[in-house]
Design a protein around this ligand. Sequence first.
Ligand code: NAP
Length: 337
Amino acid sequence: MTLNRQWLLAARPHGMVGPDNFAYHEAPVPTLEDGQILLRNRYFSFDPTQRGWMMDAPSYLPPVALGEVMRAGSIGEVVQSKHPDFQTGEWVQATGGWQDFAVATPGQGPMGVTKVPDGVSPEMMLSLLGITGLTAYFGMLDLGQPKAGETVLVSGAAGATGSIAGQIARLQGCRVIGIAGGEKKCAWLRESAKFDEVIDYKSESVADQLATLCPERLDVFFDNVGGDILEAALNHLNLRARVVLCGGIANYNATEPVPGPSNLMNLVINRARMEGFIVLDYLPRAGEAIAALSAWAASGELRYEVDVQEGFEHIPRTLQRLYTGENFGKQLLRLTD
Ligand code: NAP
C-alpha cells in the first residue's frame, strides 16, 4: 500500500457529532526519523471524549485542529522500525488516529506506546485492559473507595467503563445498582455482570426507582452521564457518600450550556464528596490495574463485552454510536482490508 487513507476533522460539531464533521483524505505513507516506528493501524478505540477533542476549547488535551487527522486510540502492527526496542510484526497500542498508517514515537503520546502482550487480544487490550478498564478501576477504587456492605450506584452501567466499575464494586462486597438504557443492556447487567439491581432509564423513572431500591441511601455514585440522572442520585446520598464524576455523556452533544444540578446542598447536608478525575493521571500505575483486571477476568468473576464494527468508511459513523447508545460494550472498529 502506498496511500495513507485518513479521516480529517473538517468541521467542529454543533449538536450531535456525525460523518459531516469529517473529510476523507489520501496522503502518502509517512517516512520515519530515528527513534520512530511506523504502524499499520488494525483497530480503533472509540471514546466519548473524542467529541470534546473536536472542540476548540481548553481541556486536558489540546483540541484537534481543523484539517488534522482525527485523534483516536489504536492498535497497529509495526511495519517499519527505527527504534531498537520495537520490531516489525509486533502489535502496539498507541494514539494512531483515524488513518491506515501512523508514526509513533515510543515514550511519547497522551496514552503512551505499549506493546500488546502475548496472549492478550487487541479487543481485550483496548477494552478491559485499556483506557476504559483503567478508568473504572482507579475511579471506583481510588475515588469511590467502596467498602463491603455499602450501596454503589453506577450510571452508563452497561458501557465499557460503567460495567467494569460496577463489577469491581461487587467484587468489594458491595450491593450494586446500575442504570442503563434498554432491556438488552439491563438483562446483560443482571445476568452476566451480576448487578444486584438495574434501572432502565429509558422506560422507568430513575428518581422513583432509586426511592424504591435504595431507601438506605447511596454510599458511592459513579457517574458517567450527568444531567437528570446525577440530580436524581444526589437526592439519595448517604452520610459521607462519594460521588465520582467520571463523565457526563448526556451533555456532550448539547447545543446550549447545561445547567448544573439544583440540589448540590445534599453534599453539604450529608458531608459528601464529589470529585472528578482523568484516567491519564493514573497511567504510571497501569500495571496494578492490569494485574487485578486480568485476574478477575481469568477467574470468570468479571465480564466484559466488545462491539467491533468493520471498515474504514464506517469510522465516522461508528463514533456516533456512543451517543445514541447503539454500542453494546466497548466500541471498536477493525480494519481488515
Ligand atoms: P460507553 O459507556 O461504552 O458508551 C457510551 C454509553 O453512554 C452509551 O452506550 C449509552 O448507554 C450511554 N449514553 C449515551 N448518551 C446518553 C444519554 N444522553 N443519557 C444517558 N446515557 C447515555 O462509553 P465509555 O467509553 O465507557 O465512556 C463512558 C463514560 O466514561 C463517558 O462519560 C466518558 O466520557 C467517561 N470516561 C471518562 C474517563 C476519565 O478519565 N474521566 C475515561 C474514559 C471514559 P445507554 O444505551 O445505556 O444509554
